[in-house]
Ligand binder design. Structure first.
Ligand code: SF4
Length: 367
């Protein structure tokens, strides 16, 4: 008898309580969301809103803005009102900015009550104001700013130290009956970070915001984040993600979205299945894959497109794809759903694939 293939699956999602960051649910059975942070001066309302609009267009679902000064706090009402996606105000020490962010209509506030306690113990008042406004709080523990007491106890920012710090910060709010919380425990080393989140996932049911902090420039940061998030998300851990890159924030969104798509946690958009090329290749696969990617960028339906350098593996890969090309002898065999539909000269491969993609979209009722 034939074996019926089963779709491979990741581990079930960890059961976390759900919070609402504005209109975006985080935790519970909500899809994993992608976030970024603006790099503009928050006090520059126009520049900040412009960057938020770019991020939203790229697929960003929640955006964080830093609020280190009164000018920034003054800009929050306009930003919160005009932003197309929920805005989180990032505040480190000053309770007055937390109240300002809540009054401004921010969807959430990132603040560590441990810092507030040292500065001016207004944790109870913050809990009350946040609760009344339905504004959740993100507690964000970072290896670089770990509490001195814990650094002394553990010697360095170990996973246990990060988790103890986060749960202690949570307890400061819990004392006031406030549990509308999500947590991050970031570290620049993916191994420490993965261990910290695993531990945290066992110790609480708060939704978790994944991040590798100071991950580095685009190439290194992308790899570190993909490895760390991939490990955790495949175990069902993580409710929202932020890729931190020393690069424009739109790049963070592209990487974050691609990580979720790769794990099947978000519907795949354009997926190019291209071969690495080898001595059998009869076409410049790199250039062809780049031209096909550019030609189909932003296509309105999810597409899996195989770009293969020769006919050895081409037909096999193309069978699994919506569309494909296997090149050879200056020509391209064009496949649709695994069937060769035509053979075209090499210089017509890209336009033929685009035509066929449009036909597929039309068949699906998408213009
Ligand atoms: Fe080599 Fe052909 Fe495989 Fe590409 S598809 S890697 S050219 S054998």
């Amino acid at each position: 008898p034939k074996i019926r293939p089963q779709a491979p699956q990741l581990a079930p999602r960890r059961k976390s309580r759900q919070i609402m960051v504005g209109s975006v649910p985080v935790g519970g059975d909500a899809p994993v969301s992608v976030q970024s942070m603006t790099t503009t001066l928050t006090s520059d309302v126009n520049a900040t809103l412009q960057q938020i609009a770019q991020l939203a267009t790229a697929g960003c679902q929640i955006v964080r803005v830093a609020c280190p000064s009164q000018d920034d706090a003054d800009a929050l009402p306009q930003i919160a009102r005009k932003s197309p996606i929920p805005v989180i105000a990032d505040i480190h020490f000053q309770p007055k900015y937390v109240f300002a962010a809540i009054d401004a209509g921010c969807a959430a506030v990132r603040v560590n009550p441990g810092n507030i306690k040292k500065f001016d113990d207004k944790v109870g008042e913050i809990a009350k104001a946040a609760s009344a406004a339905g504004v959740p709080i993100r507690i964000g523990v970072n290896a670089g700013s770990l509490d001195k007491r814990l650094l002394e106890k553990y010697g360095k920012a170990t996973p246990e130290a990060l988790v103890e710090s986060a749960l202690w910060e949570c307890s400061l709010f819990e004392e006031h009956g406030f549990r509308d919380i999500k947590i991050s425990v970031k570290h620049n080393d993916p191994v420490v970070m993965i261990s910290a989140y695993r531990l945290l996932a066992q110790r609480c049911d708060y939704p978790l915001h994944l991040g590798v902090t100071e991950a580095g420039p685009a190439f290194q940061g992308t790899i570190k984040s993909a490895v760390a998030f991939g490990a955790l998300l495949s175990e069902g851990i993580g409710d929202t993600i932020r890729v931190s890159l020393s690069a424009p924030p739109v790049e963070e969104i592209k990487v974050g979205a691609q990580i979720l798509e790769s794990l099947g946690l978000r519907e795949r958009g354009l997926e190019i299945v291209s071969c690495p090329s080898c001595g059998r290749a009869q076409v410049d696969v790199y250039t062809l894959a780049e031209r096909v990617t550019a030609g189909l960028q932003g296509f309105p339906v999810p597409l899996r497109v195989a770009v293969m350098g020769c006919v050895v593996n081409g037909p096999g890969e193309a069978r699994e794809a919506d569309l494909g090309v296997a090149s050879g002898n200056g020509k391209g065999q064009i496949f649709v759903k695994g069937e060769v539909i035509k053979t075209v000269p090499e210089d017509q491969i890209v336009e033929t694939l685009i035509e066929e993609a449009l036909r597929i979209a039309e068949e699906m009722g998408v213009e």
